[in-house]
Structures are given as structure tokens and as C-alpha cells.
Design a protein around this ligand. Structure first.
Ligand SMILES: Cc1cc2nc3c(=O)[nH]c(=O)nc-3n(C[C@H](O)[C@H](O)[C@H](O)COP(=O)(O)OP(=O)(O)OC[C@H]3O[C@@H](n4cnc5c(N)ncnc54)[C@H](O)[C@@H]3O)c2cc1C
Length: 418
């Protein structure tokens, strides 16, 4: 069934009884051409682009829980392409372009909302760094605007403490095409579109090992629903990556950390876009339901648990108060955590590995949601053609060995921007 205004209208007249499940609940087959492990946004997007762009439709996505139960359904939904370095900026700008056409492409309302992302700066040095970043963005075809204090004040006059705060606001870097998308609708949209092209989406199917042939190549996976063979296996399991690669004796330059997010009680419209604090690690937007959605730093210790600890709650609340004292009496409603796959240079890995038949998509740090379309697109290309596309050519696994790192973490004045 194609979603349209007409189908909405017809179903309204029929008491909403005409809707069908958005995708099949597939049982695993004994073998596939490609298996993608992990039913988050990246895994599902990869399967979709494998089928759509490369005609590879004998594909399964294996998910240990329900699709979107990982970071895809836990993030703060920000999309942007305001990166600095050559390996990253063209990739994230490509993702932005895919976001702009996503809803039409997959025929699903993912609530892509280009409401603008504003990074605040609080010192002259930080403004200089933003000017450099803004130029890098423009060189790569992205939009960027440097705002002075008056420009920021015009956007958020009632919110921010400009002059008397501990960190006075000097201006900001604005990307108007940035914004938010409804995270689980992104997952559902890709799942539905992939399913329509013949991809099997298998939930409640945990991969707990790999099948290898005599040469050592990966030729399938062991799962809680039995062994499944495959021509190629792609891993897109975010914070669980090292748990699975250790079964292949692969040690990776990534660490798993908890990242928390928070939602306040519903408020009347207060924040039009996304604001990030440049002097601490805090960012905030307002959901369509009215809750302030915000987050901050990782929890600072390695963990596979999808829940965080109180010191970071306090830290994030402190940053919120430093930036916007006016929200001090707003009540926090919910918080939750996800497991982040932190790479050591703040940049992801999309690559084939030294093991034939085994491909890797990981290292998304704080920011893999915005990458979902481009990540799936590039990973599908890499799996289908056995070679990286120009867009992910620098996101190599061996860059940590060869020294060709893409140090987007930028330990300088804006470590929080990746
Ligand atoms: C609190 C928080 C806020 C964030 N905010 C933003 C943001 O605003 N903007 C942004 O761009 N990014 C953000 N991110 C990061 C972003 O959510 C992730 O980088 C991105 O969703 C990763 O997508 P994924 O598909 O790789 O991972 P996931 O969505 O985590 O998918 C991996 C899937 O693999 C499954 N899996 C794991 N092990 C196995 C196994 N053995 N067998 C089968 N399946 C398995 C998991 O259940 C999971 O569903 C945030 C993350 C968190 C936690």
C-alpha cells in the first residue's frame, strides 16, 4: 500500500481498518546473499540501498530485539552537516541531501524538519574556529552562516543570557538546513521500504557467532534462531560492535560508552531550532509534543548498559542552567541511555575488513543518527562492489595503523562539535 493523502482520507472513512502492517515479520531462511547484523537505522538503510541501488534483494537484517531498540530509537534526533575535515564534511553533506529527499524516496513521513542548528560561541577564538568551519562547509556545498551577538539575539531574545553570564554569548554558527527528524519513523520508513524490495527483517534474532570456511572467510552467522549462511556479512551494531568482532579475534580502535538523553515536561513553543552550548556539552531542541529534548556528554566509563548515572545528569543540568537560566524550574520527565561506539578520532569506520566476506560499519560516536542515510548508502556500495565509494574512502579501518586519522574530535576549542 502506498501512503498518500488519499489513503489517509479513505482510511479515516473506514474507521482506520484498512491499514496493513508496515513490513512482514520474516522468519530467517537458511541462506542469503548478504546478511546485515543490526536493525538500527544504519543496518536497515544499508539493506534498503543494497536492494534499491544495487539490485541485491536476497538480504536479511538480523536484529536481536525489535528494530530501532538501539541508539536509533534513543537519540536526540539532530541532523546537520556542519563538520570541518575533508573525510567527513562531504559525507555528512551527502547525508543531508539524502535526508532532504528521504520521505519521498521511502514514501514515509519521517518528520524531517529543517528548523536550523545553531552552535553558540563564547570567545573570540571560538568564533575564529567557527569561521573556519563555516568556510569548510561552504567549500563542500553545505550552507552556513556566521552570526554576531545581535544575530543570535534576534533568533532567541528571551532565552539566552548574553552579557552577564559566566560564558557570554558572542555569536554563533548557523546551519539553516540542519534540524531534526523523528528517529523511530526513520527506522520504520527504511524497514518498510526495504521489505517492499524483498529484504527479510528478522527481529528477536541475536547473532552470537560467525561461520567461517577453511580459508577463514566469513560465510554466515550463528544466531539464537539457528545458523544462517551468507555470501557476505555486514556488521552495523553500534555499541555492541566489539562484542561481536572479538569472536573473530579482531580488536578495534573503538570504545563503548553510555550517552544519556533527557526530555522535560511539555511546554508551549519556546525553542524553534536546535541550540548547542559552546562552553560546555549541552544541546537542546523542542519536540513537536512540547518537551525540551536535550543531552550532553558521555558517562565517561566503558559500559554495555543502556542506562546512565546521576553525575552526568547533574553535569548536563548545570550546563543547561549556565546557558538558559530561564528553564531552571522546568521539570525533567524522562532520561535514558544508549551505547555509543566511540572511535578514537571522532570519525566513523565504513570499510571491508581483512577477513573476506566481513564488512564493518561502526565508530559513530555522538553523531550517527544524522549519518543514517549516507552510512547506509556508502556501506551498501562497499558491500556490493567490494570497494569503498569516494564518500567513505577515508573512513578506513586501517587509518589508525597508517596514521591517516580524521581527527574531527578537534581537541581544540570545540571538542563537543562532532
Ligand atoms: C542519547 C543519545 C543521543 C544521540 N543524539 C544524536 C543526535 O542528536 N544526532 C545524531 O546524529 N546522533 C545522535 N546519537 C547517535 C546515534 O543515535 C547513533 O550513532 C546511531 O543511531 C547509530 O545507529 P546504528 O544503526 O548504527 O545503531 P543502533 O540503532 O544502536 O542499531 C544497532 C542494532 O544492533 C542490534 N544488535 C546489537 N547486537 C546485536 C547482535 N549480536 N545481533 C543482532 N542485533 C544486534 C541492537 O539491538 C540495535 O538495534 C545519539 C545517541 C544517543 C544514545
Amino acid at each position: 500500500m502506498r501512503y498518500s493523502a488519499l489513503s489517509l482520507f479513505a482510511n479515516a472513512l473506514m474507521g482506520q481498518k484498512g491499514w496493513k502492517p508496515a513490513w512482514r515479520d520474516a522468519a530467517p531462511k537458511p541462506a542469503y546473499d548478504v546478511i546485515i547484523v543490526g536493525g538500527g537505522g544504519h543496518g536497515l538503510a544499508t539493506a534498503y540501498y543494497l536492494a534499491k541501488e544495487h539490485g541485491i534483494r536476497n538480504v536479511a537484517v538480523l536484529e536481536k530485539g525489535w528494530i530501532g531498540s538501539g541508539n536509533a530509537g534513543r537519540n536526540t534526533t539532530i541532523i546537520r552537516s556542519n563538520y570541518l575535515l575533508p573525510g567527513n564534511e562531504p559525507f555528512y553533506e551527502w547525508s543531508m541531501k539524502l535526508w532532504e529527499g528521504l520521505e519521498q524516496d521511502v514514501n514515509y513521513n519521517s518528520m524531517v524538519s529543517q528548523r536550523g542548528v545553531l552552535n553558540l560561541c563564547h570567545s573570540d577564538a571560538q568564533r575564529d574556529a567557527y569561521a573556519r568551519r563555516a568556510n569548510a562547509m561552504r567549500i563542500n556545498g553545505a550552507d552556513s552562516e556566521l552570526l554576531d551577538q545581535d544575530g543570535v539575539r534576534a533568533m532567541y531574545p528571551h532565552l539566552l543570557d548574553f552579557d552577564n553570564a559566566r560564558f557570554p554569548i558572542k555569536g554563533g554558527l548557523l546551519q539553516k538546513r540542519g534540524g531534526t527528524a523523528r528517529h523511530d519513523a526513520v527506522v520504520w520508513g527504511y524497514a518498510r521500504a526495504a521489505d517492499k524490495l524483498g529484504v527479510d527483517i528478522v527481529q528477536n534474532c541475536e547473532v552470537n557467532g560467525f561461520i567461517r570456511d577453511a580459508s577463514g572467510a566469513v560465510v554466515g552467522v550463528e544466531t539464537t534462531r539457528g545458523p544462517i549462511r551468507a555470501g557476505k556479512v555486514g556488521l552495523a551494531v553500534a555499541g555492541s560492535t566489539s562484542r561481536l568482532t572479538c569472536k573473530l579475534d579482531m580488536r578495534l580502535p573503538i570504545e563503548s560508552h553510555v550517552l544519556q538523553a533527557f526530555v522535560s515536561e511539555g511546554l508551549k513553543p519556546l525553542i524553534d531550532g536546535v541550540i548547542t552550548f559552546g562552553a560546555g556539552h549541552f544541546y537542546v531542541s523542542q519536540s513537536d509534543k512540547g518537551g525540551l529534548v536535550f543531552g550532553g556528554d558521555i558517562d565517561g566509563y566503558n559500559s554495555y548498559a543502556q542506562r546512565g548515572n546521576l553525575p552526568v545528569v547533574e553535569d548536563v543540568a548545570e550546563s543547561a542552567m549556565a546557558l538558559m537560566p530561564s528553564i531552571g524550574r522546568v521539570r525533567m520527565l524522562r532520561s535514558w541511555g544508549g551505547i555509543m561506539d566511540m572511535s578514537m578520532d571522532g570519525t566513523p569506520i565504513i570499510d571491508k575488513t581483512h577477513i573476506p566476506g566481513f564488512y564493518l560499519n561502526t565508530g559513530w560516536c555522538y553523531g550517527g543518527f544524522k549519518a543514517t542515510p549516507a552510512s547506509g548508502w556508502c556501506f551498501a556500495w562497499t558491500i556490493a562492489k567490494d570497494v569503498a565509494h569516494a564518500r567513505n574512502a577515508l573512513m578506513r579501518l586501517d587509518r589508525f595503523r597508517t596514521g591517516h586519522i580524521i581527527d574531527e574530535k578537534g581537541v581544540g576549542p570545540q571538542p563537543n562539535l562532532h
